[in-house]
Design a protein around this ligand. Structure first.
Ligand code: PEP
Ligand code: MN
Length: 357
């Protein structure tokens, strides 16, 4: 994907941070227009509204369909905002292009489905129209599947591409509706630096209260923009009501966000980076020493016919190190993840020793 182009609409680049907002779903003409007018007053330039809604179970509100596309055109006429909607199949693409929607996005469930992605890519190619497309991450934390969806569009001639990070599904009790796993979009950034990344704090957080902090976190990590769900009357929304905010609340959040875009690292940053490089070298040395000791332990266990994994010892290490980490001001979950990765590698080394004998 060498020739990715900026996310311009009508020849004009979207200024950063790119802000897209509007309701989860278009419900009525009045709701669409009221929300849009108020968003325009908060300075939003790109409107979003779901016209076709992928619902987890049948029987929910599945979107207003084609009539909603005409309402989006009224949004353009009355506010000057650009419009965007989600497409999930050929029919959606053809209808959205016919009505002149300015930007399309692919929903998380669709990105995860290569057949649907290919159908959308084919429909776009056959339309002969060029339109910017944003691809949400797939529901499962699979970077290759995400990239695969982008490649299908790129190969169909879509060069104005971007991604939306909306978090990943998990099972059970949780703080976030969809776990952010920031590592995954950041890895995508490293591999495709030209692809803009937009954060969707609404679907990550699932709650209004989390939107401001998730948005700031995303901007701090160098994301290029935000897509935030807003509604003229959030408590009465027909879908995702817990995560929608009013256009005015969005305005306040946007006013308080800090967008850092200084591109050139300063001399003092260089100095700090040299310290990080040095510390990383020390970490590597220590890890290597630790693995050598682990190897010796492996040989000892083998000589004394002991199993490689000693659960009680692992439990003790976890408890004492996590406690020490907390006292040192380090995150407990962070420490657990590091210890578990180190333990996994020690076990691998020790198993290798016993297999060689
Ligand atoms: C949405 O944007 O309203 C939506 C359905 O999102 P996702 O595909 O991220 O679940
Ligand atoms: Mn939604």
């Amino acid at each position: 994907m060498e020739n990715i182009l900026p996310l311009a609409i009508d020849g004009a680049d979207l200024t950063k941070p790119i802000i897209i907002s509007g309701p989860c779903s278009a419900e009525t003409e009045e709701q669409v227009l009221d929300t849009a007018r108020r968003l325009a007053r908060s300075g939003v330039k790109v409107y979003r509204a779901g016209i076709w809604k992928p619902r987890t179970k049948p029987g929910g509100f599945e979107g207003v369909g084609i009539p909603g596309l005409a309402w989006l055109n009224k949004v353009k006429e009355q506010t000057g905002m650009k419009t965007s909607t989600e497409v999930a199949n050929r029919g959606h693409v053809e209808a959205a292009l016919e009505y002149g929607v300015d930007l399309l996005w692919i929903g998380a469930r669709t990105t995860a489905n290569p057949f649907a992605m290919q159908e959308i890519a084919d429909a776009l190619r056959e339309s002969g129209k060029d339109i910017p497309v944003l691809v949400k991450n797939p529901v499962n934390p699979d970077l290759e599947l995400w990239i695969g969806a982008l490649e299908r569009l790129y190969n169909a001639g879509i060069k104005r591409l971007g991604v939306i990070h909306r978090g990943f599904s998990t099972y059970g009790e949780k703080v976030y509706r969809n776990s952010p796993n920031w590592r995954i979009p950041l890895e995508l950034r490293v591999r495709y630096p030209k692809i803009p990344i937009i954060c969707d704090p609404s679907h990550i957080g699932g709650k209004r209260e989390l939107i401001a902090s998730l948005s700031q976190q995303a901007l701090d990590m160098g994301f290029d923009g935000l897509i935030v769900e807003s509604h003229c009357n959030p408590d009465c929304a027909w879908s995702d009501k817990n995560q929608q905010i009013t256009p005015e609340v969005l305005g306040v959040i946007l006013d308080n966000l800090v967008y850092r875009d200084a591109p050139v690292p300063t001399e003092s940053l260089q100095t700090l980076r040299r310290q990080i490089d040095q510390l990383d070298n020390e970490l590597l040395e220590i890890l290597s020493k630790r693995m050598n000791v682990s190897r010796e332990i492996g040989a000892y266990k083998l000589a004394h016919n002991m199993p490689v994994v000693q659960p009680a010892r692992y439990g003790d290490i976890m408890t004492s190190r996590v406690l020490a980490a907390r006292q040192a001001g380090l995150g407990e979950e962070f420490m657990r993840q590091i210890l578990s990765a180190i333990h996994e590698e020690s076990v691998r080394i020790q198993v290798e020793i016993s297999e060689k004998k």
